[in-house]
Design a protein around this ligand. Structure first.
Ligand code: KIV
Ligand code: NA
Length: 264
């Protein structure tokens, strides 16, 4: 199948076909998700927590994300590969944003980038788009601003809903190819999805968005403990891997692995 490109996502919106997006940070997961037909893969700055073991998104750097972007783009042929711009790598100016995005495309092989923010990011979005770099905008709860926002909480409730709609419209007008909405009331996300010509991607934003995204370790049940309400676990990867590791250790302990068939 040919590479998924932005016009395909646009056509899916026009046909009312919903699509799924997942994060991916390495070769095997990216290849598996491609085989499963996932059209868009995101190397999220959520790698900060889910790969590098930080307890927030803030510490992860462009240099840390770069090899993950390269791995995903190298081993996939069909999905659109989006690199997430990490905290501090684009907010200062459109020029800073441009240089970071170019690195992810030239060194990482990404096809597009994602950045967090509303009206204040319009100059960044315009700059990238004018240089041929497709941008997905991320609004609503924007985790890189967790300290400013006062923690993980739903955005766009009540009167803030109108502001969110204005932000989405401004980002579309600036040239964003899609708007991702995180932790937004379903009714507001539905209104934005109806108002925009470009696709919307939801996470904790109800079922009316044009697409849905989840962090793969959440979706596959690798991460355990208290999960956000918007997560659905489609597998028990944690249990599966733990069982495999335990059995391996048991067999080594018992002397039953390696067997004759594994021995030269
Ligand atoms: O970094 C990430 O994984 C994201 C998704 C939650 C959309 O931004
Ligand atoms: Na992110």
């Amino acid at each position: 199948a040919p590479r998924v490109r932005i016009p395909h996502l646009q056509q899916m919106k026009e046909r009312g076909e919903k699509w799924a997006m997942l994060t991916a940070y390495d070769m095997y997961t990216a290849a598996i998700f491609e085989d499963a037909g996932i059209p868009v893969l995101l190397i999220g700055d959520s790698a900060s927590n889910n790969v590098f073991g930080n307890d927030s998104l803030l510490p992860v750097t462009v240099d840390e994300l770069m090899p993950l972007v390269r791995a995903v783009s190298r081993c996939t042929r069909r999905p659109l590969v989006i690199a997430d711009l990490p905290f501090g790598s684009y907010q200062a100016s459109p020029e800073q944003c441009f240089h970071t995005a170019v690195r992810f495309m030239k060194e990482g092989g990404a096809h597009a980038v994602k950045l967090e923010g509303g009206i204040e990011m319009v100059p960044q979005v315009r700059k990238l788009v004018s240089c041929g770099i497709p941008v997905m905008a991320h609004i609503g709860f924007t985790p890189q601003s967790e300290h400013q926002l006062g923690g993980f909480r739903v955005q766009g409730r009540g009167e803030d809903g109108a502001r969110l709609i204005e932000e989405a419209r401004a980002l579309e007008a600036a040239g964003a190819f899609a708007v991702l909405m995180e932790m937004v009331p379903g009714a507001v996300a539905a209104q934005i999805t109806a108002a925009l010509k470009i696709p919307t991607v939801g996470i904790g934003a109800g079922s009316d968005c044009d697409a849905q995204v989840l962090v793969w370790q959440d979706m596959a049940g690798l991460r355990t403990g208290k999960l956000p309400r918007f997560v659905k676990q489609y597998a028990d990867m944690h249990g599966l891997l733990q069982k495999a590791a335990r059995e391996f250790a048991e067999e080594v302990g018992a002397g039953t692995f390696p067997g004759p068939e594994h021995t030269f």
